[in-house]
Design a protein around this ligand. Structure first.
Ligand SMILES: Cc1cc2nc3c(=O)[nH]c(=O)nc-3n(C[C@H](O)[C@H](O)[C@H](O)COP(=O)(O)O)c2cc1C
Length: 200
């Protein structure tokens, strides 16, 4: 495993390499990131999110557009996301802007999900208060009974977001001398990436 990142490389390629190395190292859920959004009042909030594709120059994830994060994203498309692979002492921070995936992409992702997942997602709106877990179990059972053997339609309020990065920060721990490796890539107006080493 190379010790750190290549200053001349495309940072999305370096992110994909680190993700592969985390996968090979057996890290659980290596494609999960923590996504931070900000509300119109300026209150930040963060939660884990499974990234589904990391192709080309963007990262996609799927969620509920009317959830708290969806409402934040409707008001401000600026986000920061963090991938953390603790066993490797590695972190990647990504800042960028969010757009919705196309309806076709959201439909294709929805169609790829197991039916049981579709039923759970469709049965109740994400982050809505419920009296207890039994209420959710009943909502799913009722929804399942209503739909019978039919296809589970994608809720209009469920779909994907695409994160297009504007900057990356890679961090690699060095237990031996505590001089951890840290560097940023920041995109310029001409879409080239400027590399900068930082003190840890
Ligand atoms: C490892 C992990 C992966 C997750 N992946 C997703 C995801 O892909 N989509 C999603 O909507 N919620 C996912 N969640 C749940 C979110 O962290 C969060 O609880 C939910 O989206 C509601 O967030 P909100 O109330 O801030 O909108 C995941 C949680 C964990 C722990």
């Amino acid at each position: 495993m190379p010790e750190f990142v290549d200053p001349k490389a495309d940072p999305m390629d370096e992110l994909r390499r680190w993700l592969s190395e985390a996968t090979e190292a057996g890290v659980f859920n290596p494609a999960a990131m923590v996504l931070a959004t900000v509300s119109p009042e300026g209150t930040p909030s963060a939660r884990a999110m499974m990234t589904r594709t990391r192709e080309g120059d963007s990262i996609t994830f799927f969620t509920h557009y009317e959830s708290p994060k969806g409402r934040d994203l409707a008001a401000s498309s600026s986000v920061e996301a963090v991938f953390l692979w603790t066993p490797l002492e590695r972190q990647v921070r990504v800042t960028g802007t969010i757009t919705k995936t196309t309806v076709e992409e959201s439909d294709a992702y929805w169609a790829s999900r197991p039916r049981n997942t579709q039923l759970a997602v469709a049965a109740a709106p994400q982050s809505a208060p419920v009296s207890d877990h039994a209420e959710l179990v009943k909502a799913k059972a009722d929804f399942t009974a209503n739909i019978g053997d039919g296809e589970v339609p994608r809720p209009q309020s469920y779909g994907g977001y695409r994160l297009t990065p504007g900057s990356f920060e890679f961090w690699q721990g060095r237990p031996a001398d505590r001089l951890h490796l840290r560097a940023t890539y920041t995109q310029a107006a001409d879409e080239s990436w400027a590399f900068q080493t930082l003190a840890p």
